[in-house]
Design a protein around this ligand. Structure first.
Ligand code: SF4
Ligand code: SF4
Length: 136
């Protein structure tokens, strides 16, 4: 059976959300295990990027919280779903500093497999300009 364009898009978005959820679990695990200053990498600039991205790519209006300096920070961490804040979801200190998790080739390979799969789906869904460049 041939899927309609609406069904194709819905399927792509569902797959993308699942991949971002996986990436989020992978990176959050790193932060939970290693961070001496949790969420110290958050900044209002990145919240703003997430708000713009959610609006332009997912038609989602993220609602600012009570937090005075981080619009998307809530009592239990970030209130935005992983696929709505790609930069933040993909970020870890190790990747940022070294381009890998030193001493853990398996984790690093899984990380880039997820990032590449996300990039491919984003190109398909958003076109060449609305894609994974946000992750790199
Ligand atoms: S993780 Fe959430 S709270 Fe932190 S900078 Fe990103 S969007 Fe803002
Ligand atoms: S990315 Fe780095 S600073 Fe940010 S929460 Fe993770 S370990 Fe901490």
């Amino acid at each position: 059976m041939r899927l309609s364009p609406v069904q194709v898009e819905a399927d792509l978005r569902q797959r993308l959300q699942a991949l971002y959820a996986e990436l989020s679990a992978a990176t959050a695990g790193e932060c939970a295990a290693a961070c001496t200053r949790p969420q110290s990498c958050c900044a209002s600039l990145y919240c703003g990027i997430a708000i713009d991205f959610a609006r332009s790519h997912w038609d989602v209006e993220l609602v600012p919280t009570w937090h005075r300096s981080l619009p998307l920070m809530g009592p239990d961490g970030c209130t935005a779903a992983p696929h709505l804040r790609p930069l933040c979801t993909a970020h870890t200190c190790a990747i940022s500093d070294f381009g890998c998790k030193q001493g853990d080739a398996g984790w690093t390979a899984r990380y880039f497999t997820l990032v590449d799969a996300i990039a491919a789906l984003e190109v398909e869904l958003f076109g060449a300009d609305g894609n994974s460049t946000i992750l790199r």
